[in-house]
Design a protein around this ligand. Structure first.
Ligand SMILES: [Zn+2]
Length: 440
């Protein structure tokens, strides 16, 4: 639980999640490759490639065996997940004055449950580019790690219908009050923002000269500073922000680090993890699942003619993402027959219209693995009269021609600022992914 807490708390944005995942893997013998450099990969080597913001691929080259041939094809066992979560992102001009207060101007990212963002202690995190007096540029990750702003509800006395359902006006109602002392209310909003960021950097990097530098570009978002909380011990429940889909990232990273890639000349497994950003907005960016990131890494790994296609045709993929656990107060929103319960096992997700990746071959293999490792599983399908969400599974399996399956762990309140999931399910997911990444 300690490791999970550290991961969730130090990952307020996809930028930070990638840095933390890289650290977890480096501690377990993975080394970083840059997309810019020439790679020399050795059998048994463990590697990470990151593409910020928010994308990371890691894999283990199968060890060489006495009978290895230069054209031996591995089977890739790929697990993919996303690092982003819905929320509130700062606009290009991020500060303004409203009724005498300094407020943040935000844009809604993805589809958060907006009502849950009110009355929370909001932190500010992301990435800033500074420009110096001589035109030089510096990159900084930012995480205030303490409350910076709050979005107060309107008092019930001023809105007597508040409990009858209020339609949130995204443009008017979502300007959090900026209350951190680094941002002065006496300055004009742009100066207050610039000085606030510089003051933050000055305190975090006391040795570095900040004089004359100024923020020229930023990617900043808000988050709930209250970290994860636990109920019911190690097999109980976790509540917190961004569990969709940081729990899957956590399970996949720890499973890859634990994978045993012993020599198996009959079927060498190349375990691989791919995390992407921007799933919540459709995955179309240079770090999203629609980017060339994964296919470019795979092409470099499998550079002999025909090897790329031949290897993928014998490989498997899991798309790991959060699932909807049945909500007892709204049980009629679920198909009673296909409604997973929290802490009752890993959830296989299925949709006839391919909103989730599915192949009977991949599903059969994974359910066999569940059986072998005594992992309980459950099924999820939507009610026949309700539309279904989606994941990065269908687009990646389509693009690469991979047999794939969508699975994950059940949660309540998906896309709330605080979600709830089962720790026992997380243990089962880790065990399933460790088996998937390991040689049979
Ligand atoms: Zn998700």
């Amino acid at each position: 639980m300690e490791q999970l807490t550290r991961f969730l708390q130090s990952s307020p944005t996809p930028w930070h999640a990638v840095v933390h995942m890289e650290r977890m893997l480096s501690d377990r013998g993975f080394s970083v490759l840059s997309e810019e450099s020439v790679w020399s990969l050795r059998p048994g080597g463990r590697y990470i490639i990151r593409r910020q913001p928010g994308a990371l691929i890691a894999f283990i080259i199968p060890p060489e065996t006495p009978s290895s041939q230069p054209d031996d094809l591995p089977r890739i066992h790929l697990a993919c997940a996303h690092t982003d979560s819905p929320g509130l992102n700062l606009k290009p001009i991020p500060c303004k004055r409203k009724a005498g207060n300094l407020v943040l101007d935000v844009e809604v990212y993805g589809s958060p449950l907006l009502s849950t963002w009110f009355d929370r202690d909001l932190g500010l995190a992301g990435h800033v580019t500074l420009i110096g007096p001589d035109g030089g540029l510096r990159q900084h990750l930012i995480d205030f790690g303490e409350p910076v702003a709050i979005l107060p509800s309107l008092a019930i006395h001023l809105n007597r219908e508040a409990n009858e359902g209020y339609k949130i006006r995204k443009h008017e109602d979502l300007s959090p009050m900026l209350l951190h002392p680094f941002f002065s209310r006496d300055q004009d909003p742009s100066t207050a923002f610039r000085n606030g960021i510089l003051q933050y950097l000055g305190t975090r990097h006391p040795g570095e000269a900040i004089q004359g530098w100024e923020p020229i570009s930023w990617d900043l978002s808000l988050y709930d500073v209250v970290g994860p909380q636990y109920m019911g011990g190690t097999k109980g429940w976790v509540t917190g922000g961004r569990l969709d889909n940081l729990l899957s990232c956590f399970a996949a990273v720890t499973a890859l680090a634990d994978a045993t890639t012993e020599t198996n000349p009959e079927a060498p497994i190349l375990p691989m993890l791919a995390c992407f950003n921007h799933e919540e907005s459709g995955s179309l960016s240079h770090v999203g699942a629609q980017s060339n990131f994964l296919s470019s890494v795979l092409k470099r790994l499998l550079h002999l003619p025909g090897r790329f296609e031949r290897t993928l045709s014998r490989s498997l993929m899991i798309s790991v993402d959060a699932a909807h656990g049945v909500h007892p107060n709204f049980a009629d929103k679920h198909d009673g027959n296909n409604a997973p319960i929290l802490n009752a096992g890993v959830v296989f997700k299925r949709n006839a219209n391919q909103r989730y990746a599915h192949s009977v071959v991949a599903e059969g293999m994974l359910k066999g693995l569940c059986r072998a490792r005594a992992i309980p599983w459950q099924e999820f399908a939507m009610r026949a009269d309700m539309p279904c969400g989606s994941t990065i599974g269908p687009m990646l399996s389509a693009k690469l021609g991979l047999h794939a399956v969508d699975l994950g762990i059940a949660s309540w309140a998906m896309h709330s600022i605080r979600e709830t999931a089962g720790l026992n399910d997380l243990n089962h997911l880790q065990s399933l992914l460790t088996g998937f990444f390991s040689s049979p």
